[in-house]
Design a binder for this molecule. Structure first.
Ligand SMILES: Nc1ncnc2c1ncn2[C@@H]1O[C@H](COP(=O)(O)OP(=O)(O)O)[C@@H](O)[C@H]1O
Ligand SMILES: [Mg+2]
Length: 237
């Protein structure tokens, strides 16, 4: 297994508040790795620190053998890392097509047309809505758009921050099926989720974060049956 990304003893502070405490984790090529934890645990902080926002205060973020923790967001994005951020953050007044084109900014327009066709094959719903303003779509469609936009930069590692947030259970199922399809193309995925049940079923491996620290790690299957995880994140049964 080739390691794609590694956090080594990463600390992050927001002023006097320490949001991440000696966080270490590994993502190997071709894996789906999930990070689960309650609201406020530090999941988004970890994901955003990959893009230097916020900057880490100590430790290292090694990506393909290089410490990227002090690099610019642009450098990171143009080297194969793309995220679907928490809350989707699509461009509301732009069309689906325009949103997808925004995803190509880190790599340029060369493959834009072909890649957009590929996204429309993977997400037929987006094809139907290609000229529609993004703000007028449902939450699930907007989430599909956020994932497709991230894929437009041809990432080596797809980062997802709570893609199931605020969506109805049936739509959550669809989104996780899409992630499974994306993974089956060989994509490496790092999935941050509060929806531990879905995330652990999908993932090869998982980490559990509590108050900025990694408390547990194991395969998805191991964590699903772990009594502590069941008690804290799966309603105890
Ligand atoms: N920009 C910020 N400034 C100060 N504190 C922040 C900021 N962003 C997040 N925090 C704090 O850091 C902690 C972790 O937040 P976050 O990473 O958003 O958690 P999660 O994504 O797991 O819900 C929380 O206590 C939150 O209040
Ligand atoms: Mg978050």
């Amino acid at each position: 297994m080739t390691t794609l990304m590694q956090f080594k003893d990463v600390d992050v502070h927001y002023g006097p508040i320490q949001a991440l405490k000696k966080v270490s984790l590994t993502i190997d090529e071709g894996e789906i790795v999930t990070l689960i934890g309650a609201n406020g645990a530090g999941k988004s902080t970890l994901l955003m620190s990959i893009f230097g926002q916020p900057r880490i205060s100590s430790g290292e973020i090694i990506y393909r053998g290089e410490d990227i923790s002090q690099k610019s967001a642009h450098y990171v994005a143009s080297n194969g890392l793309a995220q679907s951020p928490e809350g989707r953050r699509i461009f509301p007044s732009m069309s689906v097509e325009e949103n997808l084109l925004m995803g190509t900014i880190p790599i340029g327009m060369e493959h834009a047309e072909k890649d957009m066709q590929r996204m429309f094959e993977m997400f037929p719903r987006l094809l139907e809505r290609r000229n529609q303003r993004a703000s007028t779509m449902s939450g699930g469609e907007q989430q599909m758009l956020a994932i497709a936009r991230a894929l437009m930069s041809r990432p080596k590692l797809l980062l997802l921050d709570e893609p199931s947030l605020g969506l109805a259970p049936i739509i959550v199922k669809q989104i996780f099926q899409i992630l499974k399809d994306v993974a089956s193309t060989g994509m490496t995925i790092f999935l941050v989720e509060q929806n531990a049940n879905h995330a652990l079923k999908l993932a090869n491996r998982g980490y559990v974060m509590v108050n900025g620290e990694i408390k547990l790690t194991g395969t998805g299957a191991e964590l699903l049956v772990n009594p502590e995880v069941r008690e804290a994140y799966l309603g105890g049964h």
